[in-house]
Ligand binder design. Structure first.
Ligand code: ZN
Length: 134
């Protein structure tokens, strides 16, 4: 558990902003490519910096880390510096909500996937994306 947290801490310290080009995100981009899906932008300058954006279709896609966004299935409270981490995580969740509201208000479709969904069943994620952009 301590190792896991340290790994997360390092990740956090290195980025301090939304992590870019994470494993799950690259996996999705590769699958989109092999499914013949083109024309999306990555890290497009929208509220919340979505991971993948289809501009013309107005679809914004986020792949949320299970730890950072408090996934109901995977999330475990950190055992050390709990207050510090929970504050960070709760502010992420608040920001996610605001980002969703802002994008929806501007007419965007917002798709959010958990990191574990991408790891366990990437095909399902791709199908959902394709269904949304069609
Ligand atoms: Zn999860």
């Amino acid at each position: 558990m301590v190792d896991v947290l340290n790994k997360q801490q390092r990740k956090y310290n290195m980025s301090r902003i939304r992590a870019k080009n994470t494993g799950p995100e690259i996996k999705i981009r590769k699958l989109l490519w092999s499914s013949g899906i083109r024309g999306y932008r990555i890290h497009y300058n929208l509220p919340g910096k979505p991971d993948i954006v289809f501009i013309k279709k107005k679809v914004a896609i986020f792949i949320d880390g299970c730890f950072w966004h408090k996934c109901p299935f995977c999330f475990k409270e950190p055992e050390t510096r709990k207050e510090f981490w929970m504050k960070k995580i709760n502010s992420n969740i608040e920001r996610d909500k605001k980002v969703n509201e802002t994008l929806l208000k501007d007419g965007w479709n917002v798709l959010r996937f958990w990191e574990h969904e991408v790891k366990k069943d990437p095909e399902k994620v791709i199908k959902k994306i394709i269904a949304t952009i069609q």
